[in-house]
Each structure stands twice: as C-alpha cells, then as structure tokens.
Design a protein around this ligand. Sequence first.
Ligand SMILES: *[C@@H]1O[C@H](CO)[C@@H](O)[C@H](O)[C@H]1NC(C)=O
Ligand SMILES: *[C@@H]1O[C@H](CO)[C@@H](O)[C@H](O)[C@H]1NC(C)=O
Ligand SMILES: [Ca+2]
Ligand SMILES: [Ca+2]
Ligand SMILES: [Zn+2]
Length: 602
Amino acid sequence: MRAAFSLALTLAASISTVLAAPTPDSTLHRRAADKLPFFFPESVFEAVPPSGKASLGKISEAQAVKIATDFLAAKLGIAAADFKVANSFTDASGTTHVYGAQQTNGVRIANHQAAAHVQNGEVVAFSSSFGTSQHLVKPRIPPVYAKLTVEQAIAKAVKDTGIPHFKDFAAVSEYVNTGSGIVFAHKFQLRDDAKAQWVQVWVDASTGAIVHSADFVNKASYKVVALPNGKPTDGFTLAANPEDATASPSGWSTTGTITKGNNVDASRQLSPAVYGTAVNGTFDSAWDPASEPTTDANVQASAVNLFYIGNVMHDVSYQYGFTEAAGNFQLDNFGKGGKANDAVVISVLDPWDTDNADFATPPDGQQPRMNMYRFTATTPNRDGGLENLIPIHEYTHGISNRLTGGSATGQCLETTEAGGMGEGWSDFLGLVFTAKPTDTATQARVAGDYVINDSRGIRSFPYSTDFKVNPLKFSSLRTRPEVHDAGEVWVELLWEVYWNLVTKYGFSANLYDAKSTKGNIVALQLVIGGMMAQPCNPTFLQARNAILMADQTYYGGKYKCDIWAGFAKRGAGVSATQSKVDGFDVPAECNVAPGPSPLVSA
Ligand SMILES: *[C@@H]1O[C@H](CO)[C@@H](O)[C@H](O)[C@H]1NC(C)=O
Ligand SMILES: *[C@@H]1O[C@H](CO)[C@@H](O)[C@H](O)[C@H]1NC(C)=O
Ligand SMILES: [Ca+2]
Ligand SMILES: [Ca+2]
Ligand SMILES: [Zn+2]
C-alpha cells in the first residue's frame, strides 16, 4: 500500500516546541582497530585492443567464460586447469565478467586473483595480481602440508586476537602469498558481534601465525543530522562508523563510495541517478540553508542523510525483530530466511509531487519505494529529507505494513482504524528516535515544523501527555475519519504508555540495545512486537490487546498495568467499546491506588 505523510493543516493549538540543547550522546558503535597482517600483490590492469575480427554473433556465457580462462592461462603462463573461476556474469552491455584465482595442486592461492572481460567473443580487458611480466618473481609453491590441524590454528588465532571463532563459516585450506613467499594456510572467520568485529584470517599451517586477513566491517562516516537530532538547523555532525554488524554484516554502502547498499538505495533519480558520495570513507556534506534543496551540495546532504536514516531504521528495527525472516528490506539476506532483493529505494527530492513524502510497501521480496519531496512554504524551499521525523515516519510504514498480517501481504492496514494506526506508528517511531534524555512527558513534541517553517507543525496538536496540550481521546476517533487524523489519536495512546514506562523505568540513548529494560526500549519492543501479533486490519482495541500480548511473550506480563494505565488515561481502557465509547478503567488487579478519574479535561 502507499501511505503518505500528508499535510493536515488543521492547526488547533499554538504551542511552540521546546527543544533541548543537542547532547553529545551517541548510539554509535566503536570497534577495536586490530591491526592484522594484510598483503596483496599489486594488480595490473590492461585493456586489450580489439582484433577487428570480432564475431558479431551472440555467444553463450559459458563460451565467454572459456574464452576468458583460455586467455588468462596463456597470459599468465599457467595451465587452464590452474585458473579456478569463482563467478561470472553478463552485464547490460553484453560484456561477460569472469573472476577467479590461481590454483595449484587443486588448492586456491587466495591472493592470486585475476579477471577477464569478454565482449563480442573477445577479451577487452584483464587484470591480475600474479603471473604477468610486472610480477617479477614467480614464487615457489610448497607442497600441501599442514603441521597444525584446523582446530589448533583456530585456537591459536582466537587466543592471539581475542575475537571468537565464527562457526557459521567452514574452514578451508588455501595457499597465500605473504609477500615473502607462498605458504599453505588454514582460512576461517572470527567474529565478535558485540564489538562489531568480523575478520577472515589465513593462519600459516606450519607456524600458526596469522599471515593474511580480510576485514569485513566497512568503516565509514556520514555527515548528517545525527539522531536524536531532528532538523538541519540542529547542525550536521559526523556519525562515525554507525553501521551495526549484526543487522548489516556487509556494511551500509556496498562500494564504500556511494549511497547504495544492502539495505538502502538513495539517489536523486535523474538520468544518470545522482548518489551521495564518499571520499576516503567519509560521506561528507556541506548543506547550505540559503540555497534551493536541488543544488549539488544540498542534494548530496539530502542523499547522505536519507541513506543514514534508512540504514539506522534498518539496523535498529532489526534488533526488535524486523529481521530477514520477518520480511525486512535487504538486497541479500545472507541465507537467514525471508525474501531478498527488496532494499528500500529512496527517491531524493523526487520531482513528482511537493509538500509531502510517501512510502509504497509491496510484499516481501519486492522493493519498496520512499519518495521524498520538496516543501514549498518557504523561499528557498525546504527538503523533507532533512527533517528526520519524516523519513523515519515513512520507513515505519514499511515496518508496520510488512509485520501486520505477515510479510507476504501488504493489505493489512487498509481500513480507517488500521490505516490510522499505520500513520500513528510512523509518527510514534519518529518521536521515539528523536527523543532526548532531557525530554519530559508534558513537553510538546511537534512533527513537520521545520519543513513548513511553523512551530506548530503539520498535525492538529503537538504530542504530549498533558491534556491541555493535546486533548485527544479514544472517542475522538468518531470525528476523525481521515487516516492522519485518526493516527494522531493512536500516537497519543501510545505516547501515554511510552511515558508511563520511561517515567518508571528510565531512558536509554542506545536504541540498538533491545534487551535493555529502560522504558523507551521496552515501549519500542512492545509496539513492534504488537505489530507481529495483531490481526490483518486491526482495530485500535485489537492493536492494544496485541501490545498486551507482546508484554506477555517478551516480558511475562511485567508491564501490563503500565500499558493499561496509558491506554485508559485516554479512554481506551477496559470498558472502551468498538463504537468508540471511552472507558477510563483498568483491570481490577491494576487498581492499586483508587483515585479520581485520571482524565483531566482541557
Ligand atoms: C584521501 O586520502 C588520500 C591519501 O591519504 C589523500 O591524499 C587525500 O587528500 C584524501 N582526500 C580527501 C578529500 O580527504
Ligand atoms: C520562517 O518563519 C519565520 C517566523 O515566522 C520568519 O521570520 C522566517 O523568515 C521564515 N523563514 C523562511 C525561510 O521562510
Ligand atoms: Ca525482504
Ligand atoms: Ca503485511
Ligand atoms: Zn504516513
């Protein structure tokens, strides 16, 4: 379904946001920079001039692979059987790319890599890290002989590095060129999720020394409106190495140079597409508030910020159960279940609309699309992609749509109440992700105030547990048939629950730690857990009950009365009815301190 952020410009209250000063708090991960040996012989890369006799007939990929391997064997002075193809594919131009490595005695030499590229039946270019005239020394290749077993090598490497063995990857024995000769080695992986370290090592099978390594964790920094900040006017700061190794084991950017990766593909969709770019691992940006959003520098700032927000949403929601198997958004699922090939496409400053944003969520395995538009209330215009609550709102549509009724169907938030909650969850996560430790329950939290340059924002009321700031109750649904209007009611119900939990159990700035028992973390887990349990097209009261069920399954019912009290304060208590009659009561066992009605009407 397609869900829009929408401008509901019914402004009833005039309360300004009270924003806390930006805090230096960080939810980022830092990893020990272990310096492991790495050696890779210098590669040569050569174009091969066309012979002028190229066949124009179409050849099969298998034929192209044979042409490539025959060429490489001749060029590198090895038998064709001593080049082992690792993978090949044919691109849209009809060029077949063939990649592989040297092997001897049936054993691969890990860092003797070569590739050839075939078009019209001819090699047009090749590269190699061994065997050419520029690789002066032809190293002696020792026999296949291991003094140490794989187990002994693993034990030694774990002890030397302090990183646990990663058992999902079976050990393989390979030759490796160390720069001072070729050794026979055992190859395996070490991984420490908690510290976000994941390396592949080659251990000399005679000496037990680590002789070569590959670091799978990409290091990159992003100059963005770093969460929990919400607006470009809060400033752009460098989020250093924010990628979560559990949720994103191959990192965020596939190449490390553009805003395209396993979870998110963020570009301005011109032809060719304009991606945010990185130099030396830094996705820098120089946002200029005095220029239109479409200048090169401002498009870069937007693409980088949207790539960051989309990936944070992926990584954080993963901790709460929006995983591959649950139907999340990834290009590659690493064999962990669910359907792949559905990274979120983010259209930066999409030209087709203004003053809005939207997110289309097809079933698992099909790519969702987030369109971010320009807002036109000001000169220069403003970019929705820079007010973090807006892309968080949009991404959350993806989460709620996939999780409700299962990931195979995208038709479970269609009725007014269900669609309203869809909008509500989206604003709610926007508030949760931009919450600061100094926030208070009665503070007015506003959505969309930056993009329209109006401190009242785009909803009817600011969100607050104070009835004088936000008077909405369950029964308000009767007069709020539009989904965003209905959604505001749902946010208020959730916001009361959230603050009951935060007031009692505290606040954690680290949203990645889903096991924490701090109130905001518990609230997020209950809400996401509820999405998984609720029926297709739930009513408000059914969704409330699903949250109570999630409390039972995740926490053994620990927060039951905090949840009931929150819903009951705004009329969705025990005796609330489907015809939207308020009920301000909680179950008898939660009535520890009977007092006046909790409703203080404004
Ligand atoms: C990138 O790194 C190289 C090598 O360290 C350096 O020469 C270059 O100036 C750097 N570029 C930027 C933009 O930082
Ligand atoms: C935003 O609103 C303020 C206060 O109304 C006004 O002074 C300012 O010029 C506006 N900014 C833009 C860019 O329109
Ligand atoms: Ca998926
Ligand atoms: Ca669904
Ligand atoms: Zn929406």
